[in-house]
Design a protein around this ligand. Structure first.
Ligand code: DAK
Length: 674
């Protein structure tokens, strides 16, 4: 067995370097790939580093076993699929090599010369550099097209963010493969243009410099500035503390000095950092729970200076066109767990952000003032940050819902963006068909955004949300071109409903927990067509059972019931694109949903065991299913919308939604059946 994906087979992954990050990278690979019998080999010439790395990895695996994060056979599987060795010959047979050695260009080049002699010409070679451009690392490779940088973040086995940096010689097929491969194994890959430091490190390292500047300017000591920085930028710990914890001071000093030449002259190694390194000491930072006093004036001054630096650094990268606003927001919020820059600017106002940058740049030349930021401020509009991405793959329009932190749950913003893309697809004659999918390997769409729904207070807000949802589903169904749902994971609630508006649906093989209508858990009935389309696709009895009990079905059951058209081994998106194209060409004719009333609608549904679920909400669900079956689909949808509104007249509706927001998805609401 091996991991086969998009025409490539990965049976062995090699990680070079058993230092700070190599074992963590190896742990991620072995965690997600050992079930496919993929072996992970960690190579290092230093035997003590190998021993330490192995002990660290095994300790984390054992801890996962003790906490229940890993099942006992996974613990054994992981340990038996990872090899630590000092023998470079063990690289032979590797299909993917990730070099994670020290950030030293000549060393990296030497390693890659060695690797190239040992692996097949097809193997992909990546460097987990944090700064160096791929063109510099790989310039001596014989086959450059298969090489690129993949920058992981601490802790690499758990932090899903990863910067993917192709160089000018990287084959676009290699980049596409790596983007999809990392997504398929649970990472959040973000493509970044080749520039020294990529996108994240100028922020991480630049903010340390900005903090030092605040101290130098007498705005506070390191403790005070660290405290204010964490508050102002939404960080768990301030930049000084983060540098102490990660041992990052020497790397940052090197990075800042290189950025001085490669990015702009504002970046430099401050004297305080030089002295700190000379004395081999750490920054003085607040202790855990220590109360730090800062006057309101100083707090404002530090916050504004740091915001000016942050916005200046990120907007400069926008000018350099190495990343988009939407990608940057997601990358920073996941990689560094801090306020995403463009949403942050929108929240303070782009004009205000521009003023902060101008003031900062005047005080600290030669920090440039971004042209794009000025244009945006002049436009009076906020930055556009998309949760739905659109890409044309030849004649197919591909829509991707990307909200990984909420399992792609759909909110009113997503509905609006979907509507915009439907217009593009309809009006572009070169687009013959479309595909809709979710980002990541876990969820297509885990439902409507329950947190947004629970916050809807005014009936007008509820109506606005409902209207946008109904427009989006109707737009998909009446697109006039085939649209295939590539259901890459959970299709729950509104997710299942969006999928049912499509011409056909495909899902990965073997998903145990896959699709369903769990709304009754929340004191709701399906509100975007679930009570109407599900009976039309899978039959009354099965649909009613799924809706009334909230029980999800597997991908195999979904295929048997007729909810999906195919179970796919490999890349579900790739298969969906082919199917969409075949449907558009008339080569495949999937069975379409019945638009008229259904025959043999029963007068009554059989009793089901509702367990803890609300009897009051169940009565509404049954009403919507039975009444709608006797109507046309259009009328049934209107009837469902009306009954959906009735949920808000029930006490159980408040109880269900509040329970999710306060106690999470796994907790059962205590319904009162009213
Ligand atoms: N909304 C918002 N956030 C969600 C979410 C959702 N539907 N589903 C998951 N999340 C968030 C979780 O809150 C969590 O956030 P943090 O706590 O990390 O901040 C994060 O995603 C990861 O979720 P879990 O930690 O729960 O992940 P697990 O793998 O353990 O579980 C799960 C995954 C999908 C089994 C679980 O999250 C779950 O049961 N989620 C709820 C699924 C659900 O009930 N879906 C139906 C929602 S109601 C309408 C249009 C549409 C609708 C109604 C009307 N009109 C047009 C009128 C639709 C209604 C619905 O879909």
């Amino acid at each position: 067995m091996a991991f086969s994906f998009r025409g490539r087979t990965i049976s062995k992954v090699a990680v070079i370097g058993s230092g700070q990050i190599g074992p963590d990278i190896a742990l991620h690979f072995v965690k997600v790939l050992h079930g496919f019998d993929v072996y992970v080999t960690v190579v290092d010439i230093a035997t003590d580093a190998l021993e330490k790395g192995k002990a660290k990895l095994f300790k984390k695996v054992d801890k996962g076993g003790q906490t229940g994060a890993f099942k006992p056979n996974d613990v054994e599987g992981m340990k038996s699929h990872v090899i630590f060795t000092s023998d470079y010959n063990e690289l032979k047979g590797a299909d993917l090599v990730v070099e994670a050695a020290t950030e030293d260009l000549p060393l990296k080049k030497r390693i890659f010369r060695q690797i190239e002699e040992l692996v097949s010409p097809e193997a992909i070679l990546t460097s987990n550099s944090s700064h160096l451009e791929p063109e510099r690392i790989f310039d001596e490779l014989k086959i450059k097209g298969r090489s690129l940088c993949t920058h992981y973040f601490f802790p690499a086995e758990r932090n899903p963010a990863i910067e993917i940096i192709p160089g000018k010689d990287t084959d676009s097929k290699t980049t596409d493969f790596m983007m999809r491969f990392y997504e398929a194994i649970g990472k959040i890959p973000i493509k970044v243009g080749s520039r020294y430091g990529y996108a994240v490190d100028p922020v991480f390292e630049g903010l340390l410099l900005a903090c030092v500047q605040c101290v130098d300017a007498g705005l506070g000591d390191t403790k005070q500035v660290d405290y204010v920085a964490s508050k102002a930028l939404g960080l768990n710990v301030g930049p000084f503390t983060a540098h102490n914890l990660t041992g990052g001071n020497p790397i940052t000093a090197h990075g800042l000095s290189e950025m001085h030449d490669s990015l702009n002259g504002w970046f430099r190694v401050p004297e305080r950092l030089k002295k700190l390194l000379e004395s081999k000491s750490d920054w003085e930072v607040p202790g855990r729970g220590e109360k730090i006093e800062v006057s309101p004036e100083k707090e404002k001054a530090i916050s504004e200076e740091l915001m000016g630096a942050y916005f200046a650094i990120v907007c400069d990268m926008l000018d350099a066109e190495i990343i988009t606003t939407s990608d940057f927001d997601l990358l920073i919020s996941v990689a560094l767990d801090m306020k995403p820059p463009f949403s942050f600017m929108n929240s303070v106002g782009v004009k205000k952000a521009f003023e902060l940058v101008e003031t900062f740049a005047k005080k600290y030349p030669p920090m440039p003032v971004s042209k794009k930021l000025k244009e945006q401020a002049d436009s009076g509009k906020p930055w556009e940050i998309l949760d739905v991405l659109f890409e044309k793959k030849d004649d197919i329009g591909v829509i991707t819902i990307r909200r990984p932190k909420a399992l792609n749950a759909v909110n009113s913003k997503v509905f609006s963006e979907l509507n915009g893309y439907c217009d593009i697809i309809k009006n572009d004659p070169t687009i013959k068909a479309a595909v809709i999918t979710g980002f990541g390997n876990k969820a297509f769409v885990a439902g409507a955004d329950i947190k947004e729904m629970a916050g809807l207070k005014e009936p007008a807000q509820g109506e606005h949300f409902a209207r946008l949802g109904q427009i989006a589903s109707a737009e998909l169904e009446k697109l006039g071109k085939p649209i295939v749902a590539a259901l890459n994971g959970f299709a729950l609630g509104g997710g299942c409903e969006l999928a049912m508006c499509c011409t056909a649906r495909v899902a990965p093989k073997g998903l145990k927990f896959f699709a369903g209508q769990p709304e009754v858990n929340l004191g709701l009935i399906p509100g975007m067509g679930g009570t109407q389309r599900l009976p039309r696709l899978v039959g009354f009895e099965r649909a009613a059972e799924m809706i009334r009990t909230a029980r999800p079905i597997s991908s195999a059951q979904a295929l048997e019931y007729g909810l999906i058209n195919e179970e796919v081994g490999g890349d579900v998106l790739e298969r969906a694109i082919v199917l969409a194209r075949d449907i558009a060409a008339g080569k495949v004719k999937p069975k379409l949903i019945e638009m008229g009333p259904l025959p043999n609608v029963p007068d009554k549904l059989p009793d089901v065991d509702l367990g803890h679920l609300s009897k009051a909400i169940d009565a509404l669900a049954v009403q919507a299913i039975l009444e709608g079956g006797k109507m046309t689909l259009d009328d049934g949808l209107k009837n469902e919308a009306h009954i959906f509104g009735q949920c808000w007249t029930k006490e159980d509706n408040r109880i269900g939604l509040k329970n999710f927001v306060e106690k999470g998805a796994k907790s059962k609401a205590e319904f009162v059946h009213r």
